[in-house]
Design a protein around this ligand. Structure first.
Ligand SMILES: [Zn+2]
Ligand SMILES: [Zn+2]
Length: 942
C-alpha cells in the first residue's frame, strides 16, 4: 500500500480527490479519524503537530525547591503525543505500507511535522520507503508534478524547526516562571515572557513612550480660495509650514488681489502596477479591508486547503519561471471575475511585476482555482477576490497620470495648486483596493487674472508618531527579523490575550509596560530584537548544515544563563517593582462611602470583588461573578455619574463580559429586591442611595440606632425597615437556593438554557424549593424539563427541602438520615404515620420517635398522634392475631397505616386502608366483620 501523509484532514481529502482521477474513492473512519483510499493508495491527514515538546516529568511544580526557573534551561525535553488517535492510526497504517509519502506543508514547520510523522512511522516499520512530496498549491498540476518528483525529507530544515521549538520552550518557560514568581503571580494571572513576544511588546511600549514624550509644535499654514469656471479651488502658500506666526501673518497681509497665474506646468507620472503578494504585504492589504492579521491568515489557509489559492506563508515576491501563468488565467476565467480576467488577457504587460525578495520555497500568493461567493461565504470570498485581483494587477500594465501644477502670484506672495488625472488606468481597472485619487483642475492660462475669494491662516500642531496597527507591526517585525511569516500574527494575538496590549491601533496596558520596563532595567537582552535575530541566523546555519541543532541550543542555553545571572541578582527588586506598579491597574476610583480607593480584589479559589482600600474601617464592597466567568479587569472608560472605571470580565476563548460601571451595575441589580421590602417607598429609596446603602443585606445588617440616624428616621421606623429587610433577605436566599438547586440537578444539555427554565418556573409561581416540591410533573414539563428528569428533580427537591425543614424543626442530622433511608421524607408523614411504625421503620426507640413526632406536629400545627405504650402495642397485637387470617405480615402492614389494635381496624375505612396497606378491601371488610362478631359475643377491653 502507498500511504500519503498530509498536514491536515482537509488536505488529505483534497489530495485523494485529485490523485484518484476517476478511480473509486472511499472514505473510512477509524476512531474518528478519516482516511481516503483509491486503488492501492490511502491518504491520511494529521492535525499539524501530533506530538509536542515538553520538559521531562518533575518540572511541573512552580514552587519546587529543586526545579527552580533556572533549572528549566538545562532540563531535558521529551516529545509527547497530543493527538493519540491520529498517532495510533498512522502507526497502524504504516505497518501495512510499502511506501509512505510525506505531503505536509512545504516550509520549516511542515518539514518538522513531516519529520515527527517520519519518526512515528520508523518506530513501527523500520524498512518502509519514506519519501517527500513538495507543492505550493493543492491543484492537479502541482500535485501530479510533486508526486512524480518526490525527494527526501529535509532533515536539516526540520532540525532548524526543532531547535526553534526547544529554544522557545526553554526561554518562554524559564523566564515566565521567574518573572511570575518574583511578582507573586499565578494561575490565569501569570506574566508571560517569550523570545519573540517580549521584544515585540517592547516595540509597542517604546512607541507609546515616544508618543508621551512628544512635544507638539505649533505651525501656521496659509492658503487661499479662488474660483475658475464656477469651481472653487484651493491654493497653498509655497512657503509650506510657517514656524513663525509673525512671518505667516505678514505673508497673509501682503496677499492682495489680483491673483495672477504665473506658470502652468504639465507633467506625466508613471504609476507602477503592484508587486505580487508575500505574506506580509497580503496581511497589510487584508487589513485595509478590515481583516485582523490572524483572521486574514486563517481564511487564507482555508482557501489554500481547498485549492483556491496557493500556500499563503511565503516571503517570495517574484513569480518563479515555472509558474504557469497562462494556466492560472484560464482557470480563474471561470470565476465570477471573468470580465477582469479577460481584460488582463487582452492587455497583458510584457513581464509580470516583481518585488524585492526572491526565494525558492514558495511562489507569491496567487489564485489557483475558481470560487464563487455562494461556495465560500462573504468573508472568504472577499479575501479570494483580493488575491485574485492582486494577481491580475501584477500582470496588468502600469497606469499613467497627467499632473498639473499651477503657480500663482498675489501681491508678491507665491501660491500653488496641484491636480492629477488618471489618463491610463492600467492596473487600477482590475485592482480597486489602492488609494489613488484624482484631483481634476479646470484649464488655466499663464497671465490669467483670478479673484481671491478667501485667505485662510490655519494654526496647526505637529502630530506624534502613530501607534502601530497590527499590519504595521507585522511589517516592522519582518524588518527586524522578529518571528517568522507563520508566527508573527500569533505572537500579537498572544500579547493581546495576555492583556499586555489592547485596542486598535495597539497600545500597551499598564502590566505590559511594567513588565517590559522591569526587564529592560534588569535583563535588557530579552527585550531587544538582537538576540532573536542571532537565533534566526543560527536557524539558517542549521538549515544549511553548517551548524548542528545541539550546538545552537547549547549556545542559546549559555545566553539564557547569563540573563539569569542578572535576573536572579535583582529578583527582589524586580518583584517589588512589578507588584507596586501593577497594583494601580486594579484601582477603579473613589469609594462612595469614605473617599478611599476602590480596587478589584482577586482572592484564591476564583473569588473576586471590589473592595475599599480602607477596609476594615470602611466595609463598602461590590460583589463580582466568580473568576471562572471571567477575570475582572479595569477598562479605560469612566462612569459620568460615579467617576469609577468600568470593569470587564475576560476569559480565554470567550467574548469579554462588560459589566460597565461597577456601581451602576451594583445599584441596578439590587434595585428590584429593595422595592420588595414592604415598608419601602420612594423617599426612603432616595435616602438610601444618598447614604450609599444599595443592598437588602446592608439594610438587614444595620443597627436601628445608626440607621435611624443616617436616614433621619424614628428608631421604630428604622427597626421595622431592618426586620422587613431581614425577611426579604431570607426570601432572596431561598430563591437563590432554588436557582442553585435547578442548576445542580438539571443535566446540562445542548440548546437548553437554565435561564429560560427558571423564567418559565417563575411565571408559574415557583421561585423557591417550597413551591417546587408542590409542583407537578406536567408543570415542570411545560417549563422545558423532560418527564423522567422532572420526576427525579421533584423527588430530589423533596428530599432536600424537607430535609431543610425537618432540620429547622430540630430533628438532628443523624436521625434525619435514618428517616430518609426509611422513606420518611415529608414532615406530614410524621403526623400521619403512627409513632410505633416510625420507630419500627427507623430502628429508633419509641421515646425518641415520639419526641420528634411532637416537634414536627406542633410546628405544623397538627394533632400529635396518640402515644402508645409498649404494653398497649403488645396487647393490640395479640388481639389482632386472634382474628382469622391475620398474621405477622398483615400486622406489619396495618401498623404502617396506624392500625395497632382491633378497635382501630374496625373503625377504619376499608377502601382507604386497602389503598394504604395493599390488603384487599374485601379482606379488610372480612376482618371487620369478624371483630364485630367477637364484640357482639364478648366484652373486649382496650
Ligand atoms: Zn470606603
Ligand atoms: Zn456609575
Amino acid at each position: 500500500m502507498h500511504l500519503i501523509v498530509a498536514e491536515k484532514n482537509i488536505s488529505a481529502r483534497r489530495i485523494a480527490e485529485i490523485l484518484s482521477e476517476g478511480k473509486k474513492l472511499t472514505e473510512h473512519k477509524d476512531t474518528g479519524v478519516s482516511t481516503y483510499s483509491f486503488g492501492d493508495t490511502t491518504t491520511v491527514g494529521l492535525r499539524g503537530h501530533v506530538v509536542e515538546i515538553d520538559f521531562e516529568p518533575g518540572y511541573k511544580n512552580w514552587r519546587s525547591e529543586e526545579s527552580t526557573p533556572r533549572s528549566l534551561i538545562d532540563a531535558r525535553t521529551i516529545k509527547i503525543p497530543t493527538e493519540r488517535k491520529i498517532v495510533a492510526l498512522l502507526q497502524k497504517l504504516s505497518k501495512r505500507a510499502d511506501r509512505v509519502t510525506i505531503a505536509t506543508d512545504f516550509d520549516t514547520e511542515g518539514e518538522l511535522i513531516g519529520k515527527e510523522a517520519f519518526e512515528l512511522i520508523r518506530a513501527v516499520n523500520p524498512k518502509v520507503v519514506i519519501d517527500r512530496a513538495r507543492f505550493s498549491a493543492i491543484t492537479p498540476q502541482e500535485l501530479k508534478h510533486a508526486f512524480s518528483h518526490t525527494t527526501e525529507l529535509d532533515f536539516a530544515l526540520a532540525a532548524a524547526g526543532e531547535a526553534r521549538q526547544s529554544i522557545d520552550l526553554m526561554w518562554g518557560a524559564a523566564l515566565t516562571r521567574f518573572i511570575s514568581l518574583a511578582a507573586r503571580r499565578g494561575g490565569s494571572n501569570i506574566l508571560s515572557v517569550g523570545r519573540v513576544q517580549t521584544p515585540t511588546l517592547t516595540m509597542i511600549v517604546d512607541r507609546e513612550k515616544e508618543i508621551e514624550a512628544f512635544v507638539p509644535e505649533t505651525y501656521w499654514q496659509l492658503s487661499l480660495d479662488t474660483e475658475k469656471s464656477g469651481e472653487r479651488i484651493e491654493a497653498r502658500h509655497t512657503h509650506g509650514r510657517f514656524l513663525d506666526k509673525a512671518a505667516a501673518e505678514h505673508a497673509r497681509d501682503r496677499t492682495k488681489a489680483p491673483l495672477v497665474v504665473t506658470e502652468v506646468r504639465f507633467g506625466e507620472k508613471q504609476d507602477r502596477a503592484p508587486s505580487p503578494f508575500d505574506t506580509t504585504t497580503y496581511i497589510v492589504a487584508a487589513a485595509r479591508l478590515g481583516f485582523s492579521a490572524a483572521n486574514a491568515m486563517r481564511i487564507a489557509e482555508d482557501l489554500y486547503m481547498n485549492g483556491f489559492i496557493s500556500y499563503p506563508r511565503t516571503d517570495n515576491t517574484v513569480y518563479p519561471p515555472s509558474l504557469d501563468i497562462e494556466g492560472i488565467l484560464k482557470t480563474i476565467r471561470t470565476s465570477p471575475f471573468k470580465k477582469d480576467v479577460e481584460w488582463v488577457m487582452a492587455n497583458r504587460r510584457a513581464v509580470p511585476t516583481r518585488g524585492k525578495k526572491s526565494t525558492t520555497d514558495h511562489p507569491p500568493i496567487h489564485p489557483t482555482g475558481a470560487a464563487t461567493r455562494e461556495a465560500l461565504g462573504d468573508n472568504a470570498f472577499r479575501i479570494y477576490e483580493l488575491v485574485l485581483r492582486r494577481f491580475l494587477a501584477t500582470l496588468a500594465p502600469d497606469a499613467r497620470w497627467k499632473t498639473l501644477k499651477i503657480l500663482f502670484d498675489a501681491g508678491g506672495e507665491e501660491y500653488t495648486a496641484t491636480g492629477g488625472q488618471l489618463i491610463e488606468p492600467g492596473w487600477h481597472t482590475v485592482y480597486p483596493f489602492s488609494e489613488a485619487q484624482e484631483t481634476i483642475l479646470p484649464p488655466f492660462a499663464t497671465a490669467e487674472y483670478l479673484p481671491i475669494k478667501k485667505v485662510t491662516l490655519d494654526e496647526k500642531e505637529t502630530q506624534p508618531p502613530a501607534r502601530y496597527t497590527q499590519s504595521k507591526l507585522i511589517q516592522r517585525m519582518e524588518e527586524l527579523g522578529l518571528g517568522t511569516k507563520s508566527t508573527r500574527h500569533e505572537v500579537i494575538a498572544k500579547l493581546v490575550s495576555r492583556k499586555y496590549i489592547e485596542g486598535t491601533p495597539l497600545r500597551p496596558t499598564l502590566v505590559g509596560r511594567v513588565v517590559t520596563e522591569s526587564l529592560e532595567q534588569h535583563a535588557d537582552m530579552i527585550t531587544k530584537p538582537d538576540m532573536t535575530q542571532t537565533i534566526e541566523v543560527h536557524m539558517q546555519q542549521i538549515k544549511e548544515s553548517t551548524r548542528t541543532r545541539e550546538d545552537v541550543i547549547r549556545e542559546s542555553r549559555q545566553m539564557l544563563h547569563r540573563a539569569f545571572d542578572q535576573l536572579e541578582a535583582n529578583e527582589a527588586a524586580i518583584g517589588d517593582d512589578i507588584r507596586g506598579r501593577t497594583a494601580e491597574e486594579m484601582n477603579l476610583g473613589t469609594c462612595p462611602v469614605c473617599k478611599g480607593t476602590l480596587t478589584i480584589k482577586h482572592l484564591r479559589g476564583n473569588t473576586q470583588f471590589i473592595g475599599c482600600a480602607r477596609y476594615p474601617v470602611c466595609t463598602f464592597n461590590i460583589g463580582l461573578p466568580m473568576a471562572q466567568w471571567g477575570f475582572a479587569v479595569r477598562t479605560d472608560e469612566v462612569c459620568d455619574k460615579h467617576h469609577l472605571n468600568f470593569v470587564r470580565l475576560v476569559r480565554k476563548g470567550a467574548r469579554p463580559w462588560d459589566i460597565g460601571c461597577p456601581l451602576c451595575h451594583h445599584i441596578n441589580s439590587n434595585a428590584e429586591s429593595l422595592t420588595e421590602i414592604p415598608s419601602m417607598n420612594e423617599t426612603l429609596a432616595k435616602k438610601l442611595l444618598a447614604q450609599h446603602i444599595y443592598t437588602v443585606a446592608e439594610l438587614a445588617r444595620s443597627t436601628p440606632e445608626s440607621l435611624a440616624q443616617r436616614l433621619d428616621l424614628p428608631t421604630e421606623t428604622a427597626q421595622k425597615l431592618i426586620s422587613d429587610a431581614g425577611f426579604i433577605l431570607e426570601k432572596l436566599r431561598r430563591r437563590s437556593d432554588c436557582r442553585k438547586f435547578m442548576r445542580d440537578h438539571l443535566i446540562p444539555r445542548k440548546g437548553r438554557s437554565y435561564a429560560k427554565i427558571l423564567t418559565a418556573l417563575k411565571n408559574a409561581g415557583i421561585t423557591e424549593l417550597s413551591g417546587l416540591v408542590h409542583a407537578d410533573i406536567a408543570m415542570l414539563k411545560a417549563a422545558g424539563i423532560g418527564e423522567e428528569e422532572a420526576a427525579q428533580v421533584l423527588a430530589e427537591a423533596k428530599t432536600v427541602y424537607y430535609g431543610q425543614v425537618l432540620k429547622e424543626i430540630g430533628i438532628p442530622a443523624v436521625s434525619l438520615k435514618k428517616y430518609v433511608s426509611a422513606g420518611v421524607t415529608s414532615p406530614e408523614a410524621f403526623c400521619t404515620l403512627p409513632p410505633a411504625s416510625l420507630s419500627k421503620l427507623t430502628g429508633m426507640s419509641p421515646a425518641t420517635v415520639q419526641r420528634h413526632v411532637e416537634l414536627v406536629c406542633t410546628y405544623l400545627k397538627k394533632p400529635v398522634p396518640k402515644k402508645f405504650s409498649k404494653l398497649q402495642i403488645e396487647r393490640g397485637k395479640k388481639e389482632l392475631l386472634a382474628i382469622k387470617g391475620i398474621d405477622k405480615t398483615v400486622i406489619e402492614k396495618l401498623s404502617r397505616a396506624g392500625i395497632i389494635n382491633a378497635t382501630h381496624l374496625m373503625e377504619a375505612d376499608a377502601a382507604k386502608l386497602a389503598a394504604e396497606t395493599g390488603i384487599m378491601a374485601h379482606v379488610i371488610q372480612d376482618f371487620q366483620k369478624a371483630i364485630r362478631k367477637k364484640r357482639d359475643n364478648a366484652v373486649i377491653q382496650i
